[in-house]
Design a protein around this ligand. Structure first.
Ligand SMILES: C[S@@+](CC[C@H](N)C(=O)[O-])C[C@H]1O[C@@H](n2cnc3c(N)ncnc32)[C@H](O)[C@@H]1O
Length: 341
């Protein structure tokens, strides 16, 4: 142990071994799932594949702490994943498939503790626009990897029927609480959808995909670009026209200036906002995980979980991600002395 606690290498080795083990177990359940994973190739739009590892480790860490506490305080806990994917993620750096966010949320809470408690989410609501991916999620329900009562929507995350269903589940008269994971490619989540979620009791993890927003934003302002993204898309994402205040990059502006504008919109709805920056690909890929949390009771332990995980994630650069991949491939014994930062 270093003075600051567990060394980064040790911490990451544990997290990676854990996620890798869970992914292998998921694939053992049925040959159909193993076959799916073996044939898996990255989706063309998925340009943050390698950094999925960081995102999923963070989600797992958060859900672990959340589920240990939340069930003591609420009648029902609900996991909402508005961009659920197909249950798996491809890690380009190691050419391997690991479990995606819905499975992380499923396998992380203790289902049966020594005291006979069940800390699993009582309900999972998953939304995925792509039909193939949504059908894989349904297969995972069929094979018991996701709970039988999981609701899978194959539609836009902002569709009214999704929000109606979420309201029905949460507003049943009980003291219920949700954890929503919002993990779009770019700006597919609308501010109006977030506002509806904010009206209910729960915490949100929103990935603000800064580097993916950069391209359409640059195109919008570019004097030479002919096919421009629509203004309406930006307006719906930010909830208004405030994004127009940020100067385009050719006039010295930066997409990073959009983050505070976005946070401003969320600020009034949750007492606690915490942000973790995930960077990679020589700084070209970067996004922010925004944790928007209601102060339910003093010292919510999952706040400490975010503070603890933040430096572990933010210190990961290109060199370190290579180290993480070596750990993934099982070569960590040669790396024990490496401790970045
Ligand atoms: C970054 S991936 C999500 C990965 C997943 N959360 C995970 O960690 O395993 C984004 C997903 O959102 C889906 N998607 C894109 N636009 C959508 C929309 N408007 N509504 C719902 N899903 C959408 C994509 O098909 C893709 O599977």
């Amino acid at each position: 142990m270093s003075r600051k606690g567990k060394s980064n290498i040790k911490w990451w080795t544990e997290k990676i071994d854990d996620l890798k083990g869970l992914s292998e177990n998921a694939q053992k359940i049925d040959p159909a799932i193993a076959e799916f994973a073996a044939d898996y190739s990255p989706w063309p739009d998925d340009d943050v594949g390698d950094w999925a590892l960081l995102k999923l480790c963070t989600l797992r860490y958060y859900v672990e702490v959340y589920s240990n506490v939340a069930k003591k305080h609420f009648d029902k806990t609900v996991y909402i994943d508005l961009f659920a994917g197909d249950g798996f993620n491809y890690l380009r750096g190691v050419k391997d498939v690991i479990i995606g966010s819905p499975l992380v949320a499923r396998v992380t809470p203790n289902i049966e503790t020594k005291k006979g408690e069940n800390k699993a989410f009582d309900k999972m609501i998953l939304v995925e626009k792509d039909e193939t991916k949504a059908s894989m999620l349904r297969t995972l329900v069929e094979f018991g990897l996701l709970p039988e009562n999981t609701k899978v929507f194959c539609c836009d995350a902002n569709a009214p029927e999704v929000m109606e269903y979420i309201k029905e589940v949460l507003n049943d008269g009980g003291n219920n609480h949700y954890l929503a994971f919002i993990d779009p490619y770019t700006m597919e989540i609308e501010m109006d959808t977030l506002k509806e979620l904010f009206k209910m009791n729960g915490d949100l993890i929103i990935n603000f995909m800064a580097s993916s927003i950069q391209r359409p934003w640059g195109n919008y302002h570019s004097p030479i670009q002919k096919s421009k993204p629509s203004k309406e898309k930006f307006d719906k994402f930010f909830g208004d026209e405030s994004w127009l205040k940020v100067k385009p990059s050719f006039e010295g502006g930066s997409v990073n200036e959009m983050l505070p504008l976005y946070i401003e919109k969320i600020n009034g709805h949750r007492e606690i906002i915490k942000i973790i920056k995930v960077t990679g690909n020589k700084g070209k890929t970067f996004y922010y995980m925004i944790f928007a949390i209601r102060r339910t009771y003093e010292n919510s332990p999952w706040l400490k979980a975010i503070d603890a995980v933040k430096p572990r994630i933010e210190c990961v650069d290109d060199k370190f991600i290579e180290i993480l991949y070596q750990i993934y491939r099982g070569k960590q014994e040669t790396l024990d002395s490496f401790n970045p930062s």
